[in-house]
Design a protein around this ligand. Structure first.
Ligand code: XMP
Length: 517
């Protein structure tokens, strides 16, 4: 999947590498993330108009510090080094990088004043002289390689530099994160002002490229798609359906862990409105039996992952020879689960990918693996999916099992499902469903005293979690109007048996996560 004239990003392992790619795609310019170890031929194969070297968690002096082929700096293409990328360029070209006395993490102010009365950097064209930026680094550039000039400083450090003759640019902060003011303008200046990249990348181009790539890979063989009921797998299914037509069979499993009425309503949507060939499998008893009494969240995920694979293997056997399993895995699922493309660090094993056993009887087809949720929604809209499907809130693959903290019980599941339905209903009624990222209930293994009528009750606690987010990499709790919170709380206590207390979660991500387990 590539279009000439785009940008190649070489990944040194930062959590934000795909965010750089996404900010470039927002400019309708193609971008590909390659591991930093990619060969020069791999890079050239994309016919890029420029190269970005990402950040990364290492010091250039670590014995296992990731490196690029230094000849990427001699291809004659403009290069932008970000954070570790800047330090690697400095180190490689003969400058000096030193461990900082104080790690610079979080916000800072950069001064972009030009030196010696010369014009400021093209990279910062149109920007004010002082800018709020966001840092995350331990080492500093102490002295620059020959030919480089300083183009920006923070209070503590030399924060930006360039060698215009060689067209090498470097910043020590992260222009790709939202906390850097005008960060997108900096990337845009690089992409258009310096690289003269072509804005010829669009949703339609992605669809076209992806359909062709799937046809090449799968050929005339049949494939099975695992539908979760959510937007990601639905978009993946429609894309693969475009590529394979009737050779794609979709399976939608009722794990017994879905939201209230989710299985029935989604099956109708998939079959009647999206015209997909879908086998609906009721495997709820199997999943509930496998989970009974399990407390550890990772163990819950593993058992559910195993259950899914067993169900799909059964269905595949019934259908005959099937070598490919289509999944709607997105980039945030990948980055938080396993290190795939480059040396990006693992945060925790979870998501669709985390539960899969190593000896998978299928090859995976994951057409959305490089995208973020809002990009997938945009692609889905271009593919003509119904809005009901496109606006659905994300829901974890392991479903309500990871929203019931502590021991899994069938009774707890009923309580949670009823409370969750009230949260969603009230958020919809308040016209907030499409404004918030997710709204759901969590059942806590905490009992407290309540008085109902004249009687004392020792009941369970429901936590309500409503967050706003752009891509689930970061999130903030939603400042819901008090009357909405009040209606949610009153209805849960009145309508859901056994619950006597409702609390509202006011944690942001980071440091918390969106889900509780
Ligand atoms: P966290 O809790 O990591 O969640 O902030 C980020 C986004 O991912 C969803 N999520 C999951 N999705 N399997 C999934 O398919 C999982 O195990 C899982 N855990 C979290 C979560 O709902 C949020 O949108």
């Amino acid at each position: 999947m590539s279009v000439p004239g785009g940008i190649v990003i070489l990944d040194f392992g930062s959590q934000f590498t795909q965010l750089i790619a996404r900010r470039i795609r927002e400019q309708e310019v193609f971008s590909a993330v390659l591991p930093c170890s990619a060969s020069l031929d791999d890079v050239r194969a994309y016919h890029p108009s420029g190269i970005v070297l990402s950040g990364g968690p290492n010091s250039v002096y670590d014995p296992a510090a990731p490196v690029c082929d230094p000849r990427v700096l001699e291809l004659g293409l403009p290069v932008l080094g970000i954070c570790y990328g800047m330090q690697w360029i400095t180190h490689t070209l003969g400058g000096k990088v030193t461990p900082a006395k104080r790690r610079e993490y979080g916000p800072a102010v950069i001064d972009l004043s030009s030196e010696n009365g010369q014009a400021g950097s093209v990279l910062f064209q149109g920007l004010p002289r002082k800018l709020n930026i966001w840092n995350s680094h331990g080492d500093h550039v102490q002295s620059l390689p020959a030919g480089f000039q300083v183009t920006g400083r923070t209070e503590n450090a030399l924060a930006a530099a360039e060698d215009t003759a060689r067209r090498i640019y470097a910043v020590e902060f992260h222009p790709e994160v939202r906390h850097t003011d005008r960060g997108t303008d900096i990337l845009r200046n690089f992409v258009f002002g310096i690289c003269a990249a072509k804005p010829n990348w669009s949703g339609q181009a992605f669809i076209h490229e992806t359909v062709e790539a799937i046809q090449r890979r799968v050929g005339a063989r049949p494939a099975l798609c695992a539908l979760s009921g959510g937007v990601d797998s639905a978009v993946a299914a429609v894309l693969v359906h475009r590529a394979l037509g009737p050779r794609l069979t979709n399976v939608f499993v009722d794990t017994g862990l879905l939201r209230k009425d989710e299985f029935r309503t989604t099956l109708e949507l998939l079959r009647d409105r999206m015209h997909l060939k879908v086998i609906g499998v009721d495997a709820s008893q199997r999943f509930l039996a496998a989970l009974k009494g399990v407390t550890d969240p990772e163990e819950k995920r593993r058992r559910i992952g195993r259950g899914f694979i067993e169900v799909f293997a059964d269905e595949a056997r019934k259908l005959g020879e099937i070598g490919f399993l289509v999944q709607g895995t997105l980039y945030p699922d990948v980055i938080e689960s396993v290190s795939v493309r480059g040396p990006s660090q693992t945060i925790k094993t979870h998501h669709n990918v985390g539960g899969l056993p190593a000896d998978l009887p299928f090859q995976l087809v994951e057409p959305l693996r490089d995208l973020f949720k809002d990009e997938v929604r945009r692609i889905g809209r271009e593919l003509g999916l119904p809005e009901e499907m496109l606006t659905k809130h994300p829901f974890p693959g392991p479903g309500l099992a990871v929203r019931m903290l502590g021991e899994f019980t069938p009774e707890g599941l009923d309580t949670l499902r009823d409370a969750d339905a009230i949260v969603v209903e009230e958020i919809r009624r308040a016209g907030l469903y499409e404004k918030v990222w997710q709204a759901f209930a969590v059942l806590l293994p905490v009992r407290s005293v309540g008085v109902m009528g004249d009687e004392r009750h020792y009941g369970w606690t429901i936590a309500v979690r409503v967050v706003e987010s752009e891509d689930a990499m970061t999130a903030d709790w939603s400042r819901l109007p008090a009357d909405v919170l009040e209606r949610i709380s009153t209805r849960i206590v009145n309508e859901v048996r056994g619950v006597t207390r409702v609390v509202y979660d006011i944690s942001s991500k980071p440091p918390s996560t969106i889900e509780w387990e």
